[in-house]
Design a protein around this ligand. Sequence first.
Ligand code: FMN
Length: 199
Amino acid sequence: MSPAAPNLAAIDAVAAWAWLAGELGAAAGSARHAFHLLTVATVNPDNTADTRTVVLRHVDPISREIRFHTDIRSPKVQAIRREPRVALHWYDPAMRLQLRIAARGTIHHGDACADAAWNAAAPMSRACYTTDVAPGDRLEAFPDGPAAPAAGDDAGRRHFAVVSCRFDEVDLLALHASGHQRVRLHLAHDPVTWSVLAP
Ligand SMILES: Cc1cc2nc3c(=O)[nH]c(=O)nc-3n(C[C@H](O)[C@H](O)[C@H](O)COP(=O)(O)O)c2cc1C
């Protein structure tokens, strides 16, 4: 069950960001949180748009960074390297809350950031990176699920990457029967400010 979204009319921008950062932090640590999954939009090399679901793995409200994990061979990696501007989206129907974030993506592969995330990853998560085929490859038949590697098995490490998404603003839309509330949080301001927007 999601916690109730705050009434934005009763708080200020600093409190709104503190609440949201807390929720995103909780979502990174719990598959039961509605914000655990997000949609990431990218621009393909042919300038068409693309979206996909990923798991929220890490949130740093100070550096304003969100991270997810991916396979270095997946097409989104090439897309982000070519066009780092990405868009992140969440909607929780229970809270009736939409989040939109425009961010800049950076790929970490074989560096300290990727190594730390790999070392902390569960065996079942590591298993996804042990396949011979790359995400999006054409196959003759559906593949078997990968076997969970033994603890300490590094077979998938070379395919494992972390995508870091840094941002300065968050667009928040809270639906209320008494009137929808939309704000853009300006996080690079100290203290944080917001602009109230038409929903
Ligand atoms: C519930 C769910 C969670 C997923 N989590 C991830 C993830 O954390 N990282 C990832 O790269 N792909 C994840 N995927 C798969 C992607 O949605 C996508 O199919 C895959 O990464 C290939 O994307 P691309 O062709 O855009 O690179 C997830 C899919 C679902 C349905």
